[in-house]
Write a protein that binds this ligand. Structure first.
Ligand code: COA
Length: 316
C-alpha cells in the first residue's frame, strides 16, 4: 500500500497520484489506478498503456524536480487499496543506498522543513501544465446536445449569432460589431489553446436547432481551477441549452482533469446567467463591486463556483 497519508492528489489519465510528507524518500509518489482492479492483467487493452503513460509522466516530473540518480518502480497487485505503483527516486548516499527501499527502516523525516511543500507544488504544476500533454479535445454528448470542437465551417453561424448586440452586451471579451474574419480567427486559436492547457472551447450543437452557442473553460493550472463561460444565440434562449451544456462541461472537467474548482461570474444585470450557474450546481460566493469596465461603465460581478468535493458529494 501507499506508505503515508496522502497530502496531495492529482488525477491523471488512468490514476491518482498521491504524495505525503511522511513518505520514506524525498520525491516518492504512489499512483493508484482510478478504477477498482487488483492485478495488472485485470486492466483492459486501453487501460494498460494509459497507466504506463501516467507512470512516465510522473517519473519524468519527479526526475526534473528532484534530480535523482535513478528511479525504482514497484507495481503492487492488492485488494485494498487496489492496484498501485510506487515510484522511488534514488539518490547518491540515500539511506537505502545499495539496497531496495524498505520504508519500515526509514529514518524519518525524509524531507527537510518546507521541502515537501515545495515538491508537492512543483509536481502538481508540472503534471497539470503543458509538460503533461493533453489528450485530444473530446466531443461530449447530452440528451439534446453535442458539445464538440469548433471547425472553420462554423464561422458564418458564429458571426451571425455572436454578432447580435444582446450577446456582446453582457459579455466581456466579445467584440461589437463582430466583423468578417473574426469568427475564423477565433476558431483558429482553439486547438493551440487546448494543447497548452489554456482554454477548452466547445460548440454547442442542438439536435433540433443546429449550432446554437459556445461554452468554454479557461484553465489556471497552478491553482487547479478553471473559469466557465458561455453564450447562446438570441433565438435559442430559455430552452435550457446553456444549463445542459454547463452541466456536461463541469462533469467532463471534474471527471477527466485534475481540477479542484470551477468558477464563473456574470454582470449583476444579467440574472439569466446566474440561473444557469445555480442550475449547473454552482454556489453563489459574492458580489465584486465595480470589478469590471463594460463599454466605459463600471459594473458589478456576481461570482459562483463549484468545488470538486461538492461535485463528488452530490454523487454527480
Ligand atoms: C445567459 C445565457 C447564456 C442563458 O442561456 P439559456 O440557454 O437561455 O439558459 P437556460 O435556458 O439554460 O436558463 C436560463 C434561465 O434564466 C432564466 N431567465 C431568463 N431571463 C431572465 C431574467 N431576465 N431574469 C431572471 N431569470 C431569467 C430562465 O427563466 C431560466 O431559468 P429557469 O430554468 O429557472 O426558469 C444567454 O442568455 C446568453 O447567451 N446571453 C448573452 C451572453 C451571456 O450573457 N453569456 C453569459 C455571460 S456570464
Amino acid at each position: 500500500m501507499c506508505r503515508s497519508e496522502p497530502d496531495a492528489a492529482v488525477r491523471l489519465e488512468a490514476s491518482w497520484v498521491l504524495v505525503g510528507p511522511d513518505d520514506p524518500v524525498r520525491g516518492y509518489a504512489c499512483l493508484v489506478f482510478a478504477r477498482h482492479v487488483i492485478e495488472l492483467h485485470d486492466l483492459t487493452d486501453d487501460e494498460g498503456p494509459a497507466l504506463m503513460r501516467d507512470i512516465r509522466k510522473v517519473s519524468g516530473a519527479i526526475a526534473r524536480i528532484m534530480n535523482p540518480v535513478k528511479m525504482n518502480y514497484e507495481v503492487h497487485g492488492n485488494t485494498a487499496p487496489h492496484l498501485h505503483v510506487h515510484v522511488f527516486p534514488r539518490y547518491r548516499g540515500d539511506q537505502f543506498e545499495g539496497r531496495p527501499i524498505d520504508p519500515r527502516i526509514a529514518k524519518r523525516p525524509a524531507y527537510a522543513p518546507g521541502e515537501f511543500e515545495r515538491f508537492r507544488e512543483q509536481l502538481a504544476n508540472d503534471l497539470i501544465s503543458g509538460r503533461a500533454r493533453m489528450a485530444p479535445q473530446p466531443t461530449l454528448q447530452t440528451e439534446r446536445l453535442l458539445l464538440r470542437p469548433f471547425v472553420l465551417d462554423d464561422a458564418p453561424i458564429v458571426q451571425r449569432l455572436v454578432g447580435a448586440r444582446e450577446i456582446a452586451e453582457t459579455t466581456l471579451t466579445i467584440p461589437h460589431p463582430y466583423l468578417d474574419g473574426m469568427a475564423e480567427a477565433w476558431i483558429r486559436t482553439h486547438r493551440a489553446a487546448w494543447e497548452a492547457q489554456d482554454r477548452g472551447t466547445f460548440a454547442i450543437v442542438s439536435n433540433a436547432d443546429g449550432l446554437v452557442g459556445a461554452i468554454g473553460l479557461h484553465f489556471r493550472p497552478p491553482h487547479r481551477r478553471a473559469e466557465l463561460g458561455y453564450w447562446i444565440g438570441r433565438p435559442f434562449w430559455n430552452r435550457g441549452y446553456a444549463t445542459e451544456a454547463a452541466r456536461a462541461v463541469i462533469r467532463f472537467a471534474f471527471e477527466t482533469l485534475p481540477l479542484n474548482r470551477i468558477h464563473a461570474s456574470h454582470l449583476t444585470r444579467n440574472p439569466a446567467s446566474g440561473r444557469v450557474m445555480v442550475k449547473a450546481g454552482m454556489q453563489f460566493e459574492g458580489i465584486l463591486r465595480q470589478h469590471v469596465m463594460k463599454w466605459d461603465r463600471p459594473e458589478d460581478l456576481a461570482e459562483y463556483a463549484i468545488l470538486r468535493t461538492v461535485f463528488e458529494a452530490a454523487g454527480a
